[in-house]
Ligand binder design. Structure first.
Ligand SMILES: Cc1ncc(C[n+]2csc(CCOP(=O)(O)OP(=O)(O)O)c2C)c(N)n1
Ligand SMILES: [Mg+2]
Length: 315
């Protein structure tokens, strides 16, 4: 294998098919995990470029939340989670991730592709007929890395808790990670699941709330305020951590690592992650208006100038 400055290991992975029986999977995983923070930071820029290219190409999709959660995804797949690239649905003895706010699929797809689950070139098919990369993630297309369909908000935590309990029954000590939108918390099912997790002492789960203060129609506080979310989650029996710098890669990695140390204590763990919707593109920040809108040609051009990479590996 050859290496260069701009994410060589990742580029090598692009040539791989999502290998069911790949003998090098563990080895490749080690290569990913050894990427430096600088390499991972430039990867966040690459992922942001992918997100915009994907939604621009089909004039639809959700760039705002995707851009805001890019550091979270990069931290999770680049440093924090133990996973196997030879993907199986069961995924025994490896950590799992469940995206509950499925509309931010662009960041999920780009991350999975850049870390070697499927070819980066496939990002071109986003939201097209017969693509495995539907607007909201689904399982029946058989896309490696995806274990539940999501997009109908509110369901991901319930599913993930079932998996977490299953892992315990199986004697599998790995962890389950989930991501949820703050607007998504207005769904009642989330609160049933929060209550269940504490009552049943599901302490092998680390949930994260993308606390960007925005949702489809406006600011979360204006649409339906969550009130004192920290206090509410604590009252529901969770260990609650809060990270104010959700778009600082090192801070997100450190917070997720801290969360790991809080598992196994008889309580579920949640991180309130403060992020900025549209982060990285100036005209997309500061409001909810880019929740689900694609940039036009000129806007894409402007965004790419802000998401500068010396050697972009655009698909
Ligand atoms: C059950 C359900 N109701 C409504 C929607 C429509 N919807 C899609 S995204 C969204 C806003 C969610 O807000 P948040 O979770 O904060 O996501 P963000 O805007 O921050 O990306 C809504 C209401 C949906 N997908 N599912
Ligand atoms: Mg939100």
């Amino acid at each position: 294998m050859t290496y260069n400055k701009s994410g060589s290991a990742i580029r090598i992975l692009h040539f791989r098919k999502p290998a069911k029986n790949c003998k090098f999977a563990g080895q490749i995983n080690l290569i990913i995990m050894s990427k430096s923070i600088e390499e991972l930071k430039s990867l966040t820029t690459q992922i942001r470029r992918d997100i915009l290219r994907m939604v621009h190409a089909v004039n639809s999709g959700h760039p705002g939340g995707s851009l805001g959660c890019t550091e979270y995804f990069t931290a999770l797949y680049g440093k924090v989670m133990n996973y196997n690239l030879s993907f199986t649905m069961e995924g025994k003895n490896e950590d799992h991730f469940y995206l509950s706010n499925g509309h931010i699929s662009p960041v999920f797809y780009s991350t999975l592709a850049r870390f070697g689950f499927f070819p980066v070139d496939e990002l071109k098919t986003f939201r097209k007929l017969d693509s495995r990369l539907q607007g909201h993630p689904t399982t029946h297309e058989g896309l490696p890395g995806i274990r539940i369909a999501s997009g109908s908000l509110g369901q991901g935590l319930s599913v993930a808790l079932g998996v977490a309990e299953g892992k315990k029954l199986d004697g599998d000590n790995s962890l389950v990670y989930t991501l949820h939108g703050d607007g998504e918390l207005q769904e009642g099912q989330v609160w049933e699941a929060l209550m269940y997790a504490a009552a049943k002492k599901v302490d092998n789960i680390i949930s994260t709330i993308d606390y960007n203060g925005r949702q489809i129609d406006g600011d979360t506080d204006d649409v339906l305020s969550l009130g004192n979310l920290h206090a509410k989650l604590e009252a529901f029996g969770w260990i609650v951590l809060e990270e104010k710098n959700g778009n600082d890669l090192e801070a997100v990695i450190a917070m997720l690592e801290k969360a790991k140390t809080e598992t196994g204590k008889g309580k579920p763990v949640v991180i309130i992650l403060h992020t900025e919707m549209g982060f990285g593109v100036d005209y997309m920040m500061g409001s909810h208006s880019w929740h689900g809108k694609a940039p036009n040609d000129e806007q894409l051009d402007t965004a790419f100038k802000q998401l500068y990479l010396e050697a972009p590996a655009d698909y």
